[in-house]
Design a binder for this molecule. Structure first.
Ligand code: LLP
Length: 391
């Protein structure tokens, strides 16, 4: 698998030397490229980046400059958006079971809330919001694994179409403008059909609302290939099919996270131990959780060797659990201690899901644009104990 645009072996090696490992290295060019391809596939749509995929404010700012809006899920993400220059009207907030305090704070910050319960609607009205959105379950779900399917039967996200209409009525009755119908079917599908079907269904739901909202948000979920064997999603074809299905007089909102950032970033990790068919590296599921959590595949290459792959290796992280692997049976050039490995396609739900498990500090993040810029310093080891009270 290739490195992201504008990043070569020397860049990665010098980042590792200067800033240490594990480090996430992002190509600004690839982020811009993916945004532009989506904008071209969905002309006139609001491309609303789901900040949860990669919340680094520098990446948010890059997308804002390109014309993106932002979907947020917490006050933390709203603050990240603000620090990246998003104003309230450039952001929406779509969360599950937020507290009343959190909802009030989001409303105070001028961000449009997509509610998915009557209780949340009352809180938003009480908080003095002028506008509100409603999240509906469109009855369609899709995703790369069951854990990330958020629409269809049994999904806990979004109200029924009838409840959505009732919530619109409630908002109108309270003098609050219902401006958005929101849905999100799941994450990481590589076929256009589920999103097209959802779009058709969402438009039918809009037809039964008391007013047509300004925005109809069909959510994100656009997948990307994690291996050369996977066919990429044809976003141009998807855009055309969605636009054909979208027959309501509203602004279409598309809300991808992964599609915009996943392919822009590699995780650089150093080999610390070479055993028989297994190598130990300094990035584990504390750094990149997806393989351990979803059995997700991330391609791995040995950046330090030119030789063709020689054997198969399990690639283990430093965490003291037998499930801490980045990959199994991977064909890579014979690794030696000190080699640098690159874990590909790590820009979405990579750093964002990293933890301090085993008291290992959070990794660094670097962006490559005209030059190489650190966009998040590696956390100092003792920073993680900042809030501890010893007596
Ligand atoms: N909008 C809403 C309301 C969402 O909940 C999500 C993702 C998105 C948009 C963006 O979905 P995307 O375009 O990135 O697929 N941690 C998992 C993915 C979880 C997605 C959660 N919601 C993973 O690493 O695969």
């Amino acid at each position: 698998m290739e490195l992201p645009q504008g990043i070569d072996r020397d860049t990665v090696a010098s980042v590792a030397d200067e800033h240490g490992t594990p480090t996430y290295v992002t190509s600004a060019t690839t982020v811009r490229d993916r945004f532009d391809s989506l904008r071209d596939a969905f002309p006139g749509a609001r491309i609303q980046y789901a900040a949860k995929a990669n919340t680094n404010p520098r990446i948010l700012a890059l997308l804002r400059e390109r014309g993106a809006a932002l979907d947020t899920v917490s006050v933390g993400e709203v603050i990240a958006g603000e620090s990246a220059g998003f104003g309230g009207d450039g952001m929406m907030y779509t969360s599950y079971a937020p507290s009343p305090e959190e909802l009030r704070e989001v409303v105070d910050r001028g961000v449009l809330v997509n509610v998915d319960s009557p209780g949340q609607m009352e809180t938003v009205i009480d908080a003095g919001a002028e506008r509100v959105g409603v999240r509906v379950n469109p009855g369609v779900g899709a995703g790369h694994s069951d854990e990330v399917v958020t629409g269809g039967k049994g999904a806990r996200f979004g109200v029924t179409p009838d409840e959505a209409a009732a919530l619109f009525e409630r908002a109108l009755g309270a003098g609050v403008e219902p401006v958005c119908l929101h849905a999100h079917i799941g994450s990481g599908f590589l076929e256009p059909e589920p999103l097209v079907r959802a779009t058709e269904r969402i438009c039918e739901i809009v037809d039964d609302l008391p007013v047509t909202p300004e925005y109809v948000d069909i959510g994100g979920g656009l997948g990307i290939p994690y291996s050369d064997a996977e066919e990429p999603l044809d976003v141009e074809a998807l855009g055309k099919m969605v636009r054909d299905a979208f027959d309501v007089d509203a602004t279409l909102v598309v809300e991808p996270g992964r599609y915009l950032v996943a392919e822009s970033t590699v995780l650089v990790t150093r080999v610390n131990t070479v055993g028989d068919g297994v190598i130990g590296v300094d990035a584990g599921f504390n750094t990149l959780l997806r393989p351990a959590m979803y059995d997700a595949y991330h391609a791995v290459t040995n950046l330090s060797r030119d030789a063709a792959p020689t054997g198969r290796y399990d690639i283990a992280g430093p965490i003291c659990e037998s499930g801490d692997y980045l990959g199994h049976g991977r064909r890579i050039a014979e690794p030696r201690e000190g080699d640098l490995l690159v874990v590909h396609t790590a820009g979405a739900y990579g750093f964002a899901m990293a933890s301090r498990y085993n008291s290992r500090p959070l990794p660094a993040e670097v962006i490559v644009d005209d030059g190489v810029d650190v966009i998040r310093e590696r956390e100092a080891v003792d920073e993680q104990f900042r809030n501890v009270k010893l007596d």
